[in-house]
Design a protein around this ligand. Structure first.
Ligand code: SAM
Ligand code: SF4
Length: 352
């Protein structure tokens, strides 16, 4: 365990916070707490996904140690994701434990990305643990289409969850993956609804991660891919979009929609390379640290975690070593001729 004295030592001149070889301070960590999910979104998973054996998954205690090590190394923002983070058994135990870093001021923000299905149950507890903002993934307001996209999701349940989050006092940002021919005619409705409900909205380009159709995913993705530069140009014919400097600590670039007063973000890994300001790393639910979402290079943090349960020295050394290997950027490309995804692992494994 890291004691306050140990933490002071880590951040002393002899043990600086994490800075990669390109001078980027690593202050934002996204942790996947499970690879399982109660949905099977078409761009994320195949219908017959195989999940990892339990022994490979970090325990809640191990996840706490791992997150706390990053906090000791200067992480200011922690995002829990998955799979679906809220289907992990006893997940609130981890959230409550991590909340202690908010109270000491060592952590600025504890947040999560969720599909919303369990929010009606957990919204109040999340707020009580110190969570203030959450991202909810919602690609459409049409219940039938929602079912087509998520395969197993129930729209009414998610709507109930989003409402519960709002009533609990959580700020909700809606994330929608832009899918050609699926929800591209609905962005106006999403903008209007978010305006009425007081939510910000972020549109995300579909990324080539993981086989989703048993055939590499290349063709399906090329069919789904919709460049957000095109979406923005189209939206600006009907909405007044003003560029703003706001940054959420993530990769989105924001505009303000003057008609609704809400923010609209664009995450464009394919049309816009956002790597130069990347302050993030991701850890999978098996303790594999990926220094870049779009590259295969990784470091195993589970072995040092399990080798010395009472001392995080080896874990910290492994994190530091890995950060020296953080690459400058990724080179995603969605290419119909290229059948394999750019990166073989699914978003649900790396954590979105
Ligand atoms: N289950 C939670 C959810 O859906 O919000 C958290 C995990 S999910 C993998 C995180 C985000 O990744 C979601 O907003 C989802 O839409 C997005 N996502 C999944 N696969 C993607 C892909 N291939 N390209 C772009 N975004 C993707
Ligand atoms: Fe589950 Fe989220 Fe992937 Fe959809 S995007 S299948 S909700 S992990």
């Amino acid at each position: 365990m890291i004691t306050p004295a140990g933490r002071a030592g880590l951040l002393s001149p002899a043990g600086q916070p994490l800075v990669d070889p390109f001078g980027r301070a690593i202050t934002y960590v996204r942790v996947s707490v499970t690879d399982r999910c109660d949905f099977r979104c078409v761009y994320c998973m195949s219908e017959d996904m195989h999940f990892l054996p339990k022994a490979e998954i970090l325990s809640l205690e191990e996840l706490d140690r791992l997150c706390s090590a990053f906090v000791a190394l200067g992480t200011r923002k922690l995002r829990l994701t998955g799979g679906e983070p809220l289907v992990r058994r006893n997940i609130m135990e981890l959230v409550r434990r991590l909340g202690r870093h908010l109270r000491t001021g060592d952590l600025e923000e504890l947040t999560l990305t969720t599909n919303g299905s369990q929010l009606a149950r957990y919204a109040d507890e999340l707020r009580a643990a110190g969570v203030r903002r959450i991202n909810v993934s919602l690609d459409t307001l049409d219940p039938d289409k929602f079912h087509q996209i998520t395969r197993w999701g129930r729209f009414a349940q998610v709507m109930e969850g989003v409402l519960a989050a709002k009533e609990a006092g959580l700020a909700v940002k809606i994330n929608a993956v832009a899918l050609k021919g699926v929800n591209d005619m609905e962005f106006d409705d999403l903008i209007r609804w978010c305006g009425e409900e007081g939510h910000d909205l972020t549109l995300i380009e579909v990324m080539p991660l993981g086989d989703i159709d048993g055939n590499g995913g290349g063709e399906t993705r090329a069919d789904q891919y919709l460049p957000l530069s095109q979406v923005r140009a189209d939206l600006s014919r009907r909405w007044t979009l003003t560029d703003i400097d706001y940054r959420s600590g993530g990769p989105a670039r924001y505009v303000r929609i003057e008609e609704t007063g809400r923010k609209l973000g664009f995450i464009t890994p394919l049309t816009h390379n956002f790597c130069e300001s990347c302050n993030r790393v991701r850890v999978t639910c098996t303790g594999t640290l990926y220094m870049c979402l779009g590259q295969e290079d990784a470091a195993d943090l589970r072995a040092p975690l399990r080798a010395s349960p009472d001392d995080d020295g080896a874990l910290i050394a492994a994190i530091r070593e890995a950060i020296t290997r953080k690459p400058k950027g990724h080179d995603f490309v969605i290419d119909r001729r290229r059948r394999q995804p750019a990166v073989g692992r699914h978003m649900s494994v790396t954590g979105g």
